[in-house]
Design a protein around this ligand. Structure first.
Ligand SMILES: *[C@@H]1O[C@H](CO)[C@@H](O)[C@H](O)[C@H]1NC(C)=O
Ligand SMILES: *[C@@H]1O[C@H](CO)[C@@H](O)[C@H](O)[C@H]1NC(C)=O
Length: 377
């Protein structure tokens, strides 16, 4: 008998069991999820044979909380498409144990793909995984945050974490701006007829000036003709890529480095890192990584000027200097009259020890393995 070699084998076997068993063993917390899964048998079947996945399982309390916030959720959950989308967004590609969450955010593909409005293509939806203090956090659409409350429940196909808040499925760039307080940007996109165009981009990185930034150049943007206003807005859009903060940091390379990005306006933007903060031209990224269904939005503290592409940031300033000659502030946030958000979601900033840092591992980036398998169900 070689007992010492047998023991690890027995442990490994005992750790893996069907997903149904894990759900049943945790029914005190996962009975709502289990009964929802029962109404979408196709997804349940796919889950039973899926491999290399991480499931973020909302607790019963998480669903109670979601229903309090969205009273029609119970009715919507009877819509199979809606429910399947919602649950697929809770399944990430790759096995990500709680110990693999780091202070540097990692972006994982989920099993949810949404059709693109324009091109007939589909877009894989992402979640952000990040560690803050001792918490493993999952950041979803509109920068809503869920906390892993019970980690590392292993099953045949991967690992399941119980989370305290239902994930929010990302929405379009314009809807995300509208409902997270970026109402000047949302209003300006509507004013210039750019909403459909921006939302139809398959992948987009949008640098979104805060309402305060628009207010500070209020007289200039409000009196601009449509052509100039459109070019200003286009200068804030990078097409063809969803550049999360980690990718921007990789592009700029070492501290103090910079990288240029081509904008929809045709001019280049310069991304820089100074003292752990990210800047584009002379605008500071004050909230990074709002995931949208077609890319990512970073909130910045200044409106960038397409006629002033060489402006440099001043990291010693609390707020970057405005970049339009003759600019003066207005009291009302520009373009917000008649703009009505459908919800008010507060995007969450997560404190990171050491600020942004280059991503140490590409473990979950660009990964489509399990997501592609799930998408074929
Ligand atoms: C069901 O949900 C999908 C996805 O959210 C939506 O597009 C569709 O309109 C809904 N159907 C009904 C009948 O509400
Ligand atoms: C598991 O998924 C991750 C992330 O998608 C991928 O990088 C890795 O290659 C996959 N591993 C296997 C064995 O399929």
């Amino acid at each position: 008998m070689h007992i010492p070699t047998l023991i690890p084998w027995i442990l490994a076997t005992a750790a893996a069991e069907p997903i149904a068993n894990v759900l049943a063993a945790n029914s005190n917390e996962l009975s709502t999820l289990t009964s929802l899964l029962g109404t979408v048998p196709q997804l349940t079947t796919a889950l039973a044979t899926a491999s290399n996945i991480t499931i973020f399982a909302p607790s019963n309390q998480a669903f109670t909380k979601a229903m309090a916030a969205m009273p029609d959720l119970a009715t919507m959950a009877k819509n199979t498409t809606f429910l399947t989308n919602l649950l697929e967004y809770h399944i990430a590609s790759g096995v990500m144990t709680a110990a693999m969450f780091t202070n540097t955010p990692q972006f994982a593909s989920t099993a949810l793909t949404l059709p693109s409005t324009a091109s007939g293509t589909i877009r894989t939806q992402m979640v952000e995984l990040v560690k803050s203090n001792a918490d493993a956090l999952v950041v979803s659409g509109f920068r809503q945050v869920s906390r892993v409350s019970k980690a590392d429940l292993f099953f045949d196909g991967g690992v399941l974490h119980i989370i305290d808040t239902v994930l929010t499925v990302p929405d379009t760039t314009s809807a995300t701006a509208l409902d997270t307080g970026l109402t000047s940007l949302a209003g300006a996109l509507a004013r210039t007829g750019m909403v459909a165009g921006v939302d139809a981009l398959r992948q987009a990185t949008v640098f979104a000036p805060s309402n305060e930034a628009f207010r500070e150049v209020g007289n200039v943007v409000e009196s601009a003709d449509m052509e100039f206003l459109s070019s200003v807005l286009d200068y804030h859009v990078v097409m063809g890529t969803a550049a999360h903060s980690t990718e921007l940091m990789q592009m700029v390379g070492a501290s103090g480095g910079s990288a240029k990005l081509l904008t929809a306006q045709g001019g280049m933007l310069t991304v820089r890192e100074e003292n752990g903060d990210l800047y584009v031209n002379n605008a500071k990224v004050i909230l990074a990584d709002m995931l949208t269904s077609n890319g990512v939005v970073h909130i910045i503290d200044n409106v960038m000027n397409p006629l002033s592409t060489t402006s440099l940031p001043d990291a010693s300033r609390e707020k970057q200097a405005v970049d339009f000659a003759g600019a003066s502030s207005v009291s009302q946030a520009p373009f917000t009259s008649g703009v009505s958000p459908t919800a008010t979601l507060v995007p969450v900033t997560i404190a990171r020890a050491g600020g942004f840092a280059a991503m140490p591992t590409a473990a979950l980036m660009g990964a489509v393995g399990a997501a592609a398998v799930m998408a074929n169900m």
